[in-house]
Design a protein around this ligand. Structure first.
Ligand code: PLP
Length: 361
């Protein structure tokens, strides 16, 4: 089989060694005569898988003592609702920085639960910029501040995070989780859907500071309360066992290539190649995003016309590069370059960008 270069925004390409390991042990897990996905989630085999995946997140992401790692269903999208249900009490308010489509969705769900304030919006500038972190007017009495570290559709990424003082900082890191080193201790809660950098769809990872758990209201249905999951190591109900298992395999691979330090270096290189190719194209490829906040994960650009963009996507596919179409809401081209997108795929993409520009400009 020839694997093609997959630049999809998510679900996205995953490391081949992890896929192959899952394949090899899929039908008969560790000689038990059944697949992991047929096994009780209370079995000692699954327990070991579950705890190893959790430990790898703590180890590789540098999660300090005093935090819990949770595996939840419902994707990052459920967190848009769970965060305010747990942490936005009646009479309180939460501050939202609306940097693009995902932050907007998080804000809209919060506004259904309680008082959510937009303290900065990128709407007027078409979400092509981010605020200077120091300039944000964070309400010191806010229940929390909510950020989106990387806008997967618009292609903007925070390079430095604000200092919210005593206000708990909550961040949706779905599309750059495990691609960069982050000071976890600065955050009260971090969440990420797995399918952008660390595994298949079906599990969201939540990293929550333990003092936050005291705020979760007992009136919530069990599943929607973070405390339920924290108290049971995410084994309150049946967890998405296959997704958790595959997160473990992906993180074993990441550890093997050098962990977050390597991930960060590779992300710099991948993004450097693509943005570099744009720069050298003499204006043929234009990145609409303000330079200091250009994403290293989702690299967006335009060509001189929509016709050329269509042709670019079609010709790329002929060369075994898929997933380059920008999100339908913004158009253009998007190169999603996650941890498992090898430099070989990026070099191929850059070579194609070069030849396409010279043939069509
Ligand atoms: C993909 C994505 C989401 C939604 O994730 P689901 O797991 O599909 O719910 C939320 N936020 C960001 C930044 C994303 O990239």
């Amino acid at each position: 089989m020839k694997r093609i270069f997959n630049f999809s925004a998510g679900p996205c390409t995953l490391p081949l060694p992890a896929l192959e390991k899952a394949q090899a042990e899929f039908v008969d897990f560790k000689g038990k005569g059944m697949s992991l996905i047929e096994m009780s989630h209370r079995s000692k085999e699954y327990d070991a898988v579950h705890m190893e995946a959790m430990d790898l997140i703590k180890e590789l992401f540098g999660v300090p003592a005093g935090y819990k790692v949770l595996f939840l269903g419902g994707g990052a999208t459920l967190q848009f609702g769970m965060v305010p249900m747990n942490f936005l009490p009646a009479g309180g308010s939460a501050d939202y920085v609306v940097t693009g489509s995902w932050a907007k969705k998080a804000y809209e769900d919060a506004a259904k639960i309680g008082k959510a304030n937009v303290i900065w919006s990128g709407k007027e500038g078409n979400f092509m910029n981010l605020p200077d972190p120091a300039s944000l007017k964070i309400d010191p009495s806010a229940s929390y501040l909510h950020l989106t570290s990387n806008e997967t559709i618009g292609g903007v990424q925070w390079k430095r995070f604000p200092d919210p003082g005593k206000v708990p900082m909550i961040c949706d890191m779905s599309s750059d989780f495990m691609s960069r080193r982050v000071k976890v201790g600065d955050f009260a809660l971090i969440y990420a859907g797995a399918q952008k950098n660390v595994g298949p769809a079906g599990v969201a990872i939540v990293i929550v500071r333990e003092d936050m758990l005291a705020k979760c209201p007992d009136s919530l249905p069990a599943y929607l309360n973070f405390k339920t999951h924290a108290d049971s190591d995410s084994l309150y109900n049946t967890p998405p066992v296959f997704s958790v298992y595959f997160v473990g395999l992906t993180l074993q691979w990441l550890k093997g290539i050098g962990g977050l330090e390597a991930a960060e270096r590779l992300a710099d290189q991948r993004a450097g190649f693509i943005y570099g190719a744009m720069e050298k194209s003499g204006g043929f490829y234009r990145c609409p995003v303000a330079e200091p906040v250009r994403s290293k994960m989702n690299i967006v650009f335009r060509l001189p016309s929509e016709e050329l963009e269509k042709q670019f996507i079609a010709e790329a596919l002929e060369r075994s590069m898929s997933g380059l179409k920008g999100h339908r809401s913004v158009g253009g081209i998007r190169v999603s370059a996650y941890n498992a997108n090898g430099l070989d795929s990026i070099k191929d993409c850059v070579a194609f960008m070069k030849s396409f520009a010279s043939q069509n400009s």
